[in-house]
Design a binder for this molecule. Structure first.
Ligand SMILES: Cc1cc2nc3c(=O)[nH]c(=O)nc-3n(C[C@H](O)[C@H](O)[C@H](O)COP(=O)(O)OP(=O)(O)OC[C@H]3O[C@@H](n4cnc5c(N)ncnc54)[C@H](O)[C@@H]3O)c2cc1C
Length: 216
């Protein structure tokens, strides 16, 4: 697999109905038998707009998933919810967000004290690469990842830090046994907000759990 960054597809070439390749905006010709187009998604806010809800990259909510209109709640992909950890709005198009957000919205609808405070998480399996990510992309943006493990062997954890605190971590083909999943530790590290040196994060001779503060 290889990436062309930054580049856009300018033209798909073909002959007699069969695809022959892709020409990028840099003029590069990439031969291809099959072209898969991944164009992304946008939230469908038409109904919310008609209802007069406050919108900004989805439907704006508070941390209990209340929209700007009394009695209307939003959860899942559509909700741009205030996250207590960052104090910023966060919209996540991932399964776990829909799962956790649905429960929080239901409890809030019942008048209970419910807040969506879980650390955002997703998993994805692409052929022989299994990835799990926890954290806040907005906080991790621009940070150089610290790698524990081997990029070459496709078995590693990438940590992103802000002010020496871990704000995101992705485990790639990381063994789940005999230890429990690395994501549990990554989430605990993020929640602890304790500074950790890049050297310690990268040092795989010490167990992941040793990165956690004693009270985590
Ligand atoms: C191809 C694909 C692969 C994915 N892979 C992963 C993955 O590997 N890991 C991961 O974490 N997440 C993945 N996701 C994301 C995950 O599926 C979504 O985050 C999750 O399904 C969102 O749930 P939701 O309930 O918020 O929205 P949805 O599942 O989109 O449900 C919204 C529902 O509302 C209905 N609806 C919309 N408008 C109206 C209306 N006006 N009236 C009535 N009904 C309406 C829709 O028809 C739909 O049934 C993937 C998504 C896709 C599309």
């Amino acid at each position: 697999m290889s990436f062309r960054l930054p580049a856009s597809a300018r033209e798909i070439t073909g002959d007699g109905g069969a695809v022959a390749g892709v020409i990028t905006d840099t003029g590069e010709v990439i031969p291809a038998d099959i072209v898969v187009i991944a164009v992304g998604v946008v939230p469908e806010t038409g109904l919310a707009q008609a209802a007069g809800l406050a919108l900004d990259n989805g439907i704006l909510t508070d941390a209990s998933l209340r929209t700007s209109a009394p009695g209307i709640f939003a959860a899942g992909d559509i909700a741009n919810a205030l996250h207590p950890f960052t104090g910023q709005h966060h919209r996540s198009e991932h399964w776990s967000n829909a799962l956790n957000g649905g429960k929080v919205a239901a409890r809030a609808i019942l008048g209970q004290d419910a807040v969506l405070s879980t650390i955002p998480y997703f998993y994805t399996d692409q052929y022989d690469v299994s990835m799990e990510y926890s954290g806040f992309p907005a906080l991790a943006a621009g940070a150089e990842p610290v790698i524990r493990g081997s990029l070459e062997d496709k078995e590693f954890i990438a940590f992103w830090q802000q002010d020496s605190r871990v704000v995101a971590g992705m485990s790639v083909n990381w063994p789940r046994k005999p230890q429990p999943g690395a994501q549990k530790t990554i989430k605990a590290l993020i929640s602890a907000r304790t500074p950790v040196s890049a050297e310690r994060l990268a040092d795989s001779s010490a167990g992941l759990d040793q990165l956690l503060p004693d009270d985590a």
